[in-house]
Design a protein around this ligand. Structure first.
Ligand code: HEC
Length: 259
């Protein structure tokens, strides 16, 4: 009996080893590397950090928005980051929005309003691709949902630039990035230490900028996450209380019959 148990145990271990070695073979060549960070929004009680969200919006506005659109966002949405109505209006009005046609049939530009969508850096996909050496900068509204790893992925891309290994052949405008599939990305490293001035004394480093913008993009893709978690917990609490009441009722109903 004992021997059989040992044989089964050893076989399972060996099987595990084979599966493992198979995985590393399949990956082959250079592997992609994903950081695994702790986020305040992790877990069933996790919430967003308003400071990080505001800094992340700042990083997006000052850097990423030069190339990446966020078409699903409206300026009024950023009220949820802790800005009051006047601040939201002020931020929206920093952008010029195309509107019209006017009474003469002409399109015209006017300052943005809270009801406008985030202004895109390029008029269409072709213009964006043309301006970026043939690579399209994807819309970032839902990027943390569209890519495995979510916030970790965005953070890993932004901090994943490295010197290319000697055997790599990079074209002009291509960069070595250990987090990107295939390790080659057509986005120049967008961040550098000290390039964005934070007002709240947070470290002005590539790591911190990347963390903050990943936090912000996670919120943008799932702004109702906190509410959903709250409802989930309330539902579980309700079910627990309801179950115990039902159990008490059942005992009461059956108590006579058992005698
Ligand atoms: C100068 C233009 C430019 C700027 C600025 C820029 N990006 Fe990019 N980004 C690109 C392009 C072009 C690609 C597509 C790269 C490719 O497909 O190889 C890209 C790709 C990405 C990807 C990978 C998308 C995927 O398909 O998995 C992420 C994530 C990303 N950018 C986030 C950001 C963030 C966050 C910022 C701001 C900190 C930023 N980018 C700033 C041009 C830019």
């Amino acid at each position: 009996m004992k021997n059989t148990a040992i044989i089964i145990f050893v076989s399972v271990l060996m099987l595990g080893a084979i599966v493992q070695s198979d995985k590393s073979l399949a990956a082959g060549g250079h592997e992609t590397h994903m950081e695994n960070l702790e986020w305040s929004f992790d877990g069933p009680f996790g919430t967003y950090d308003r400071g990080a969200l505001q800094r992340g919006l700042q990083v997006y506005r000052q850097v990423c928005s030069a190339c990446h659109s966020m078409k699903h966002m409206y300026y009024r949405n950023i009220g949820a980051l802790g800005y009051n109505e006047a601040q939201v209006k002020a931020i929206a009005s920093e952008y010029m929005v195309e509107d019209g046609p006017d009474d003469e049939g002409e399109m015209f530009s006017r300052p943005g309003k809270p009801s406008d969508r985030f202004v895109s850096p390029f008029p269409n996909r072709k213009a964006a691709t043309y301006a970026n050496n043939g690579a399209f900068p994807p819309d970032l509204s839902l990027i943390t949902k569209a890519r495995a790893g979510g916030a970790d992925y965005v953070y890993s891309i932004l901090t994943g630039y490295e010197h290319a290994p000697k055997d790599a052949h990079l074209l002009d405008g291509q960069y070595w990035n250990k987090a990107m599939a295939g390790n080659v990305i057509a986005m120049a490293p967008p961040l550098a230490d000290g390039m964005i001035a934070y007002e709240d004394g947070t470290a002005e480093t590539v790591e911190q900028y990347s963390r903050d913008v990943a936090h912000f993009l996670t919120w943008a893709a799932a702004p109702d996450m906190e509410e959903r978690k709250r409802i989930g917990i309330m539902t579980l609490l309700f079910l627990a209380v309801f179950a115990s009441i039902m159990y008490a009722v059942k005992r009461k109903v059956w108590s006579d019959l058992k005698k």
